[in-house]
Design a protein around this ligand. Structure first.
Ligand SMILES: [Mg+2]
Length: 362
């Protein structure tokens, strides 16, 4: 695709309420967006999953900006492969999303159809409950999400902050709502006893991202238990190579695919295929994306191997006003995969422009 005009936009949107994680508290969402216009007039949007600081992933907004301006876009314009640039998965994914959106909008194909998914499908989705030292506050928020219609909630756990929060949340949401726990790599194998008795339907990333061997040892040690805890890997799945290693080592029962983190939508599909061939489930994670990235995540999550509800909550979970028409929770705690061409969402350009912190046309 001949990228005649490319605009990068750093936008900042207010959140419904401050988002609390182990990395701190933020009252707004910063995102790097890519808007392209090809020589044939095709236009598309991409969203970079990078956060403002390199505390969750090594990439961050300003770094992704430079990677696109100095290295990725010049190569794309020369028709060269982006593989020559190491890493920078989130920056590559943003550019790829814009090109796929433009291609789909031009040719009249939805992104879900282009990737082999199911446009129009109603996908069960889950919601992440913010961290809080006050266990009762976490349980109350989880119950409120269950009342909205979500059929699975996910809480953050860490050593010493696990059993009580899971028990309270379990009691608060009641039967029929799955309770997942995300450890973000905060445990070690020595915590084995605490983990095996955790009453969760899924445990995400108990050990550090690079510790595939420890995850494999934990799975091997617990496989004979009456109810072995289902373990998912999130941070460890940073590329197709990481996913293949996790599968080969039997380090997890299922893998979290975050398209931005693994290098884009095509890479996400490749991981999905590798997992499917090995009989390993996958599900789709989120990075607090605006409606642009959320539409792309839903398209990927509609592929057949995505068998568990992803972190793909409705727009009102995060934003007062989104950059697209809002994604609304449907019956059974579902979101509908867009059916229109490309990403299948309409960009609220006026609001988007009002959110711009910095932009450049290339
Ligand atoms: Mg996670």
């Amino acid at each position: 695709m001949d990228l005649e005009r490319v605009e990068l936009l750093h936008v900042r949107l207010p959140l419904v309420r401050p988002f609390v994680s182990a990395r701190g508290t933020t009252s707004h969402k910063d995102a790097l967006l890519v808007h392209i216009r090809a020589a044939d007039g095709a236009e598309g949007w991409g969203e970079c999953a990078a956060e403002i600081a390199p505390t969750y992933a090594a990439e961050f907004v300003a770094a992704a900006w430079l990677a696109i301006v100095d290295h990725l876009l010049p190569r794309a314009r020369r028709g060269e492969s982006l593989d020559a640039v190491r890493g920078n998965h989130m920056a590559k994914a943003a550019l790829e999303m814009a090109v796929l959106d433009a291609t789909g909008r031009r040719d009249g194909h939805s992104l879900a159809a282009m990737l082999g998914g199911r446009p129009g499908a109603a996908l069960p989705v889950g919601v992440v409950v913010e961290m809080d030292d006050d266990v009762t506050a976490v349980a109350e928020r989880a119950a409120a999400h269950a009342a909205e219609g979500y059929t699975r909630v996910k809480v953050k756990v860490s050593p010493g902050h696990d059993r009580a929060v899971v028990a309270e949340v379990r009691a608060a949401v009641g039967e029929g709502v799955a309770v997942w726990a995300d450890a973000n790599g905060s445990y070690s194998l020595a915590d084995h006893a605490d983990l095996v008795n955790l009453d969760v339907d899924l445990l995400e990333q108990p050990f550090a991202a690079g510790d595939l061997v420890d995850h494999a040892a934990y799975l091997a040690a617990t496989s004979g238990a009456a109810w072995p805890t289902h373990v998912s890997l999130d941070e460890s799945i940073d590329s197709l190579h990481g996913a293949r290693a996790a599968i080969a080592l039997r380090a997890a029962h299922s893998l979290v695919i975050k398209p931005g983190r693994v290098g884009g939508l095509r890479a996400a599909v490749a991981i999905h295929s590798a997992a499917q061939a090995a009989g390993v489930d996958v599900w789709c994670g989120g990075m607090l994306e605006t409606g642009i990235g959320r539409a792309a995540n839903l398209a990927v999550a509609s592929l057949p191997g995505f068998t568990r509800p992803g972190d793909l909550s409705a727009s009102n979970r995060y934003f007062v006003r989104d950059l697209t028409e809002p994604f609304v929770l449907g019956p059974g705690g579902t979101l509908t995969v867009p059916v229109d061409a490309g990403l299948g969402v309409t960009i609220d350009v006026d609001f988007l422009r009002a959110c711009v912190v910095r932009s450049v046309v290339l």
